[in-house]
Design a protein around this ligand. Structure first.
Ligand code: HEC
Length: 203
């Protein structure tokens, strides 16, 4: 009986503390204040377990297909490099201000192809990583995965040749491949094109 009473009191104190912490604003959401090591470790584990568990083993198209890589390269230059960098880019203002900092994808990453696909499609909550699956079909996402796997080995010149960097219409949806691999409804109704244009613009 005594033990049950003590357990109830302890639980009550913990709940009161949690409420005080939330409503008292104890936790800082400022992106320029890093997490404590404990919270950081917790978030890391939560993220990587969540992704690994959900990604599983997906059936991918041939990721070494040059046409797929080239499509991915153009989309990467338009939508990703401002956060994830390119061979000729050391850092960006957007990336420097983000927390967690977007990984530099010109360096090899640990994620498997399935995990990269899952992250690019679904994004990551409470980080800057958007869910590109909202506006792009699976084929476009695989193109990005194919390119991201090649990126760490590319020189600046190879990158530019593939990505058409500096080309104002690098993310023109109908060019080269001849097929529109983006989700049609977003195209017609929500003006997803314009969002890409905004991402593409330099500060
Ligand atoms: C606004 C910034 C931003 C943009 C734009 C962005 N990302 Fe990310 N991305 C992030 C952040 C931040 C993370 C890390 C999130 C975390 O670790 O919690 C991330 C993580 C990733 C990862 C996981 C890397 C790893 O080590 O497991 C991949 C792959 C990725 N992004 C690919 C892309 C691709 C491809 C695009 C373009 C289609 C893109 N990202 C656009 C911010 C961005």
């Amino acid at each position: 009986m005594k033990f049950i009473m003590a357990a109830i009191v302890v639980a009550g104190v913990l709940i009161a503390l949690a409420i005080a912490a939330v409503y008292g604003g104890w936790f800082s959401v400022a992106a320029d204040e890093p997490h404590s090591r404990l919270i950081y470790g917790f978030m890391e584990t939560l993220r990587s377990r969540s992704i690994t568990t959900r990604a599983g083993q997906l059936q991918s198209p041939a990721l070494d297909d040059p046409a797929l890589i080239a499509t991915g390269a153009r989309h990467y230059a338009a939508m990703c490099s401002e956060c994830h960098l390119a061979p000729d880019q050391k850092d960006s203002e957007l990336r420097r201000g983000l927390y967690p900092k977007p990984p530099n994808l010109t360096q090899p990453i640990k994620a498997t192809a399935s995990e990269a696909f899952w992250v690019i499609k679904h994004g990551i909550k409470m980080s800057g990583m958007p869910a590109w699956g909202v506006t792009h079909d699976d084929q476009s996402i695989w193109a990005l995965v194919a390119f991201v796997q090649k990126l760490p080995g590319l020189s600046a010149a190879q990158y530019q040749a593939l990505a058409g960097a500096g080309h104002p219409h690098a993310h023109e949806h109908h060019e080269h491949t001849g097929t529109n691999i983006h989700k049609a409804p977003d195209h017609d109704s929500t003006g997803a094109n314009h969002n890409h244009a905004a991402t593409h613009r330099k500060q």
